[in-house]
Design a binder for this molecule. Structure first.
Ligand SMILES: *Cc1c(COP(=O)(O)O)cnc(C)c1O
Length: 374
């Protein structure tokens, strides 16, 4: 066996996104102990910078030591108790996973369905809350990466709050790519991922819990069924003050990487990051339209960081994607579930969202579509 050297790729799919060299450099620095005072200071900076990224003052804001899916589980396993009624909005793959979480925890899932490629309907959520006044939680995906649709998180949280429910929001793809204001919008429990618009490596999931969410957690009648994700225990390590108890060995170097990506985000400014994603999306959209390629999602609810486009009739899904990878080192995403073979998912997340990458993709795509016409 020899050492592994990955090919050079431009990651333009649903994640991971291109990791900036500064972040790779940070990760290559020497490992120190996860209870070293210098490391604990760095952890505090990560927490502060995550609060900035989420636009929150929530004290319980920190990265879970595992990918976005574990952030999802952290929210559900800590907040859903057996018998709890949870409204789950499903307009793509990740809503389905939320429902799976609820039922596995013994909760009762009330599903609000919307067509894949459209936003969650606030009217339907309101209706479901009227019909189910004993609902405890409303859960939805802010940016559905499987379809490219953005939902109105502000309005959905407002409705949930008016009906006395707490909310759980999936912001894995939205954080740093789309406007997101945790405190202002009344978000209670939110999770994200390191490898999408933060452009760090996969493997960490920033989460944030409001006071109301913590209240539900501390008033549980039954213990949290996951030991690893029980926030009561995790906070012994990530909590306030300098005294930290061993819970698990934190992924030290991965956290160096997240720290660096958050430093870069604060240098750019969170609002500037949102608008960069939007501007580059327009650039890509115009170029794709020139090639005769159209979007799945209506303009009003399109994600700038995940462009789901309809595969032209005369083109072969896999053939085009393989050609882009083999000839141009460009990695774009396929459709999932009912959208398999129907769409491509072009990610412009984090460090991927640059003019140079868009120009490269457009010329590669133009070339490939001409050659591959069936
Ligand atoms: C990527 C993604 C996840 C899962 O994150 P992993 O890091 O792959 O576990 C969850 N929700 C959404 C909306 C995502 O895009």
């Amino acid at each position: 066996m020899k050492s592994f050297t990955p090919p050079t790729r431009i990651l333009m799919g649903p994640g991971p996104s291109v990791v900036h060299p500064r972040i790779l450099d940070a990760m290559a620095r020497p490992t120190i102990g996860h209870l070293d005072p210098a490391f604990v200071d760095m952890m505090d900076e990560v927490k502060e910078m995550l609060k900035y990224a989420f636009k929150t003052e929530n004290a319980l804001t920190m990265p879970v030591s595992a990918p976005g899916s574990a952030g999802m589980e952290t929210c559900f396993v800590n907040l859903v108790e057996p018998g709890d009624k949870v409204i789950v909005c499903i307009n793509g793959v990740f809503g389905l996973r939320m429902k799976e979480n609820v039922t596995r925890l013994g909760g009762e899932a009330v599903v609000v369905e919307d067509e894949w490629g459209t936003a969650v309907s606030p009217e339907k959520v309101e209706q479901a809350l009227v019909e189910n006044p004993d609902t405890k939680i409303v859960a939805f995906v802010h940016a559905e990466t499987s379809t490219g649709a953005l939902s109105d998180a502000k309005t959905l949280c407002q409705i949930a709050n008016q009906h006395g429910c707490i909310n759980i929001v999936d912001a894995v793809t939205s954080l740093a790519g789309s406007e997101l204001r945790v405190d202002e919008w009344g978000i209670d429990a939110i999770y994200s991922g390191s490898q999408k618009c933060l452009s760090a490596m996969p493997g960490l999931s920033p989460v944030s819990f409001s006071e109301r969410a913590i209240e539900k957690l501390t008033n549980r009648k039954t213990p949290v069924t996951s030991w690893f994700l029980d926030l009561n225990l995790v906070m012994g390590y990530w909590g306030k003050g300098s005294k930290r108890a061993y819970h698990h060995t934190a992924p030290v170097n991965t956290l160096y990487g997240l720290h660096e990506s958050l430093v870069m985000l604060s240098e750019e400014g969170i609002e500037n990051s949102w608008s960069r994603h939007q501007q580059n999306h327009i650039l890509l959209r115009d170029g794709l339209n020139n090639l005769g390629i159209n979007y799945l999602v209506d303009e009003a609810s399109r994600l700038p960081q995940l462009n789901s486009v309809l595969i032209p009739q005369d083109q072969d899904d896999l053939g085009v994607r393989s050609s882009l990878l083999e000839n141009y080192n460009i990695d774009i995403g396929a459709g999932l579930g009912p959208l398999e073979g129907k769409i491509w998912r072009i990610g412009l997340m984090g460090h991927t969202s640059r003019k140079k990458n868009i120009e490269l993709l457009l010329s590669a795509l133009k070339d490939t579509l001409q050659k591959k016409k069936v």
